[in-house]
Design a protein around this ligand. Structure first.
Ligand SMILES: Cc1cc2nc3c(=O)[nH]c(=O)nc-3n(C[C@H](O)[C@H](O)[C@H](O)COP(=O)(O)OP(=O)(O)OC[C@H]3O[C@@H](n4cnc5c(N)ncnc54)[C@H](O)[C@@H]3O)c2cc1C
Length: 500
């Protein structure tokens, strides 16, 4: 059952990222939506924003007449205030975690392809930021995965070694380095008590700035943006005609791309059992004197994923400017705290209460830094902000990307990123846009579908078979013993997929 509560809920907790709102926050191109559009994008998070970017990029390639297509972006809320404005800003590709579980389920090639696809995203962000001249604090760095539980560390190590044995070149290309010695691990990472770890290229950025500026650029190219305009339903009365109903009127559209994340089931009730809203939490912290510039150990060098056990992990990005004027703001972003609330399923599963904090998480975050980091100034507790946000978990823990088999042709979905969207979404948007455009133009559909399947990891493809699947892996993945585990141990499954 989907919750009957109004979504998004009013009076939401305020994330660090929304301290400066964009001028387009409440923008509407007109009081009423146009009666017709060529392509409608639903949702203005990172999925909708990157779809708009890649759409105009494709149109630019196709020449001047194509550029005049009427493209409308509809957002239920203010501009980009969903998960994208409430996340950890961490673009950390999975490097090996979950490899054996995915290989068992999808085959070794598909499992490796998915990791290669994720690793390509740092370059994607860099090129979007460069092409569009965005000012969004994009940093390229290395991420450290650190394991604290012996069994979990063993599973992580086995994933690492399994991928290395089967795909040594991919591991080398991805520059993934394991650290087996505990003292060396502490020395390199600055983290106490880790049993095993690995580090590899990753990045972080200010996702809200990235998306809002990206949408602003597309408006300059002709995109029509309507915020506070929820799509209430989509009707398809005849072949190739879709009616998009909103409180500002109805748009007749040929192609629709839906990027509604955790709220997808409100628009597509047939996905109510497939994409579940899951509540998560993040905070921002002022670094202790020990970790500021000029001190020892000083600013953090890495981003981190820290694992206690299956489903229970924390992640951190340092936004420290290293003393350069105007660069960074000295805040650390820390997310996770799942150990505090995972056992209370009602606190997170099918929960959209972004207006409330999750009990116990503030206290957990307050203690976290001195507990984990060597040399953190004693007694320094400085949470600036703490907030909650809604992730869209798919029941098989993988995104759903493609034409909706439940609807007539022309309706596409890119959703279900299962709390791990940053290193997946732009690549999915690039692919879905080409498919939607081919459909709109009504030509070379078979080759467009083949190209689409070629660029995306096979397990992401939206198929009727996946929708018909009854299993729900979410609880098992989060370490609940009662969850279905699809022939995997909780530890194996627990190393899979979602954001550390
Ligand atoms: C607390 C938290 C921490 C996270 N940390 C990370 C992290 O560090 N790294 C990482 O990779 N991922 C992280 N994630 C996940 C990541 O934020 C998401 O995968 C990503 O932002 C999803 O982007 P999106 O555009 O698909 O969804 P959203 O950003 O949620 O955008 C969907 C938009 O659709 C709109 N919408 C919904 N229904 C309708 C409708 N009917 N009509 C019109 N508009 C509608 C919503 O209002 C919303 O604005 C985190 C998520 C949360 C909540």
């Amino acid at each position: 059952m989907t919750p009957t509560i109004q979504v998004p809920v009013p009076n939401r907790t305020q994330p660090f990222w929304l301290q400066e709102r964009h001028a387009l926050t409440d923008h509407v191109a007109a009081q009423e939506v146009p009666t017709e559009a060529d392509i409608v994008i639903v949702g203005s998070g990172i999925s909708g924003a990157t779809c708009a970017h890649y759409l105009y990029k494709e149109l630019q390639k196709r020449g001047s007449s194509s550029r005049q297509l009427k493209v409308v972006l509809l957002e239920a809320d203010a501009l980009c205030e969903g998960a994208t404005a409430r996340n950890g800003g961490h673009c950390k590709p999975l490097a090996f975690l979950g490899f054996r579980a995915d290989a068992k389920r999808h085959g070794t090639k598909a499992a490796n392809d998915a990791l290669v696809f994720e690793a390509s995203h740092l370059a994607r962000y860099t090129s979007i930021v460069q092409e569009e001249s965005l000012d969004c604090d994009l940093y390229a760095t290395r991420a450290f995965d650190i394991f604290f539980d012996a069994e979990d560390a063993e599973q992580g190590r086995l994933d690492y070694e399994a991928r290395k044995e089967l795909f040594p070149q991919a591991m080398q290309d991805a520059d993934i380095r394991a650290v087996y010695d505990r003292e060396e691990l502490c020395r390199l990472s600055g983290v106490k008590g880790g049993l095993w770890g690995a580090h590899y290229p990753a990045g972080h950025l200010w996702p809200y700035k990235f998306c809002t500026q990206l949408i602003e650029k597309q408006i300059q190219r002709g995109l029509q943006l309507y915020t506070h305009t929820p799509v209430q339903s989509i009707e398809s009365p005849s072949s190739g005609v879709h009616l998009v109903h909103t409180p500002r009127g109805t748009i007749q559209a040929k192609s629709i791309i839906i990027t509604t994340n955790g709220y997808t089931a409100h628009l597509l009730p047939e996905l109510a059992e497939k994409i579940i809203p899951v509540r998560g939490t993040v905070c921002s912290i002022t670094p202790a004197p020990s970790h500021q510039l000029g001190s020892s150990p000083g600013p953090f060098r890495y981003t981190y994923g820290m694992r206690k056990r299956a489903g229970e992990s924390d992640y951190l990005i340092p936004r420290q400017g290293r003393g350069l004027s105007g660069v960074g703001d000295q805040s650390i972003i820390l997310g996770g705290a799942k150990g505090v609330f995972l056992a209370k399923t009602e606190e997170w599963y099918n929960n959209v209460r972004e207006d409330q904090l999750i009990s116990g998480t503030r206290e957990y975050f307050e203690k976290f830094m001195s507990h984990r980091f060597d040399g953190w100034s004693q007694g320094h507790q400085s949470i600036d902000r703490i907030w909650t946000g809604i992730l869209g978990y798919s029941t098989d823990l993988l995104p759903f990307i493609g034409a909706l088999p439940t609807r007539p042709e022309g309706i596409f979905l890119s959703a279900g990123f299962t709390g791990h969207g940053m290193p997946r979404i732009p690549g999915c948007s690039a692919a879905i846009v080409k498919l939607a455009l081919a459909h709109f133009e009504g030509r070379q559909l078979a080759s467009a579908q083949a190209a689409f399947e070629e660029v995306l990891p096979a397990p992401y493809l939206l198929t009727q078979k996946r929708l018909d699947e009854k299993e729900n892996l979410i609880l098992g993945y989060m370490g609940h013993q009662g969850g279905q585990e699809a022939e995997m141990t909780p530890a194996e499954e627990g190393t899979a997929r979602a954001h550390l």
